[in-house]
Design a protein around this ligand. Sequence first.
Ligand code: RB5
Length: 147
Amino acid sequence: MIAIGSDHGGFALKQEIIKHFDENGTKYKDFGTYSEESCDYPVYGELVGKAVASGECELGIVICGTGIGISIAANKIKGVRAALCGDCYSAEYTRRHNNANVLALGGRVIGPGLALKIVDIFLNTEFEGGRHARRVDLISDIEAKNM
Ligand code: RB5
């Protein structure tokens, strides 16, 4: 199950991704927003972040205008590693090396064609573990000490 959420700046791209999921049979939970009406991105970053951190959803996708604000918000949830990606290489390596569990996208930055490729790569790439697990564990240590 994939958690997905956006503010108004990411709404149009969220709907494109949902259409893609419906066509592919990918299971998702849409945490809103549900219209173009202006709203606050931290609300949706928190909802998606909590769904992933709690284990309700395996991975998450958050979208705002730039992808920045909502990724900052999602990263305030302990256990969330949200990565803002605007290219396919970053999407692949943030899964392989960072074990990122939330993908952030800028709905006003990239078009739907690139965004869907990034989504597919993110959802279909596994964490490599090994030396990268030690580094991700160090991030968890920082959380344990400071959050
Ligand atoms: C909303 O206008 C915009 O600030 C928001 O979507 C996002 O880009 C914030 O980081």
